[in-house]
Design a protein around this ligand. Structure first.
Ligand code: SAH
Length: 456
């Protein structure tokens, strides 16, 4: 309920801002309305939809004054699909908008208006960048569909092409879909819990060109297995690994516990800089390898290593940042909560002949205080937490032991700004902030900060 506007009201408004999921925001007497499809700087005619106490939603009817940055979305299912949010904004416009999002929270939440937020480091070619696609299959009105979910639903928007994924993934997604019947395959139906193929996963090593295909199926046995394998090999001759994962649970979780090799190797290799990574069907790995290298080089730059430092990589995942840093530091200690990821990190260290990186599974907020209590000391702490930011206990540990430098990598500028304020109040100074565009066409923004201890 709002007393300022009511459902079905038609108004003309100025779009002033953008939400984190790419909707335009206009204010009517201070009351924010979220308008999907509207861009900052536009004057638009809208129809008010649902209204809540503090904000409401509206439908875009007509653009009276167009943003100079508005473009025709190149993807034909952009307006239905939930995969991308910003294809109607030029790439330059996206980068400007992402920088502004970061600037705003740094001013408002971290209260650091004087700290520079540099222009976003974007991609030269912001398309076809994803090295992993997870494509659901299903049946809609007797027709097999595959593509991506509509935003906030489990409804598949059927498509043969996705221009942010690899061409190999496009080929496999459409060929499998159009030959399901002759291959004796059926698509899984969430409602009836019937059918065989749930997801197709395609992973590609950018540096090596190796391709892995994973078929997530309800049963191990399926007819015409050889024909399916042959078809995949024919469509993508670069394929080096075909895996099958079995998931017969009534769940939204993509993978089941059992993974079987159907053809070739069980892993593919990719490289970031000079460092090699082994990727298995279920390993976590950054999805935009080009920009990952940009991000990690920035982390290395901010860490200012000379070769003598002891470094922590907190929230290290499969140790990608750790292995990158290890080549320039004395010792690196990585900590990560998922034990499987730590196994991958150790294997990847071995694969690269890196002996000065150590990994431990556990919560960063438990393990790091223990390392300090055991007498270990660190010069640089790199943190790359999930969306909720750093645990309070970890921040307090930093403030207690005061490592000279903290490099903060964040996928959520809001929680980053909150944590920066806490560090600032404890004697740290944020020197500079560099956003990096890891997900062109989407509204996500990744940020990296250089933070130094300067005393209370
Ligand atoms: N630095 C890695 C991954 C960052 S994603 C890379 O660049 O690839 C954040 C990671 O934090 C995830 O792998 C997640 O499993 C892990 N994580 C979440 N909570 C954690 C905690 N309390 N302690 C340690 N790791 C945690």
């Amino acid at each position: 309920m709002s007393f300022i506007v009511n459902q079905h009201d038609r108004l003309t408004v100025q779009v002033e801002d953008m939400t984190h999921d790419g909707s335009g925001v206009a204010k009517v007497e201070g009351y924010p309305l979220f308008i999907p499809g509207a861009l900052v700087g536009e004057e638009v005619e809208i129809e008010v939809g649902k209204t809540l106490k503090n904000y409401g939603f509206a439908r875009l009817l007509n653009i009276k004054k167009r943003s100079e940055d508005r473009v025709e979305p190149p993807c034909h299912v952009f307006w239905e699909c939930g995969g991308c949010q910003l294809q109607h904004l030029s790439y330059e416009g996206q980068l400007k908008q992402k920088r502004k999002t970061v600037r705003d929270v740094i001013d408002r939440i971290a209260k650091l208006p004087d700290v520079p937020v540099h222009p976003v480091k974007g991609m030269e070619d912001p398309w076809r960048y994803r090295n992993k696609s997870q494509i659901p299959f299903s049946e809609q009105n007797g027709k097999i569909v595959s593509g991506f979910y509509k935003s906030r639903t489990h409804h598949i928007v059927d498509t043969d092409v996705c221009i942010i994924q690899s061409e190999e993934a496009d080929e496999l997604m459409s060929t499998l879909k159009h030959h399901m019947f002759e291959l004796g395959l059926s698509a899984y139906d969430e409602k009836t819990h019937k059918g065989m193929l749930r997801h197709l996963i395609v992973r590609k090593g950018r540096a090596t060109g190796e391709v892995m295909v994973v078929l997530v199926m309800t049963k191990k046995k399926f007819p015409q297995k050889d024909a399916v394998i042959d078809m995949i090999k024919k469509v993508v001759p670069e394929v080096t690994s075909i895996m099958q994962n079995i998931n017969n649970e009534k769940t939204n979780v993509i993978f089941g516990n059992e993974t079987i090799n159907l053809y070739g190797k069980s892993v593919i290799i990719d490289e970031i800089g000079d460092t090699k990574f082994e990727i298995s069907a279920r390993s976590f790995y950054q999805v935009n390898p080009v920009q990952t290298e940009v991000l990690y080089r920035q982390a290395l730059d901010y860490a200012q290593l000379t070769g003598n430092e002891a470094v922590i990589d907190a929230y290290c995942g499969i140790g990608t940042i750790s292995l990158f840093l290890a080549q320039n530091a004395m010792e690196v200690y990585g900590v990560e909560i998922v034990p499987q990821a730590i196994e991958d990190a150790k294997r990847n260290a071995e694969l690269n002949g890196i002996t000065n990186a150590h990994f431990e599974a556990g919560a960063a907020e438990d393990v790091i205080p223990r390392w300090y209590a055991e007498g270990k000391r660190f010069d640089v702490l790199v943190v790359d937490p999930p969306r909720k930011g750093c645990d309070e206990n970890l921040l307090q540990t930093i403030l207690k032991y005061k490592p000279k430098r903290v490099v903060y990598v964040s996928c959520n500028p809001g929680t980053l700004a909150r944590d920066l304020r806490i560090l600032e109040d404890g004697g740290y100074r944020t020197k500079e902030i560099q956003p990096v565009d890891m997900f062109p066409q989407s509204s996500h923004v990744e940020v990296i900060c250089n933070i130094e201890y300067e005393g209370d």
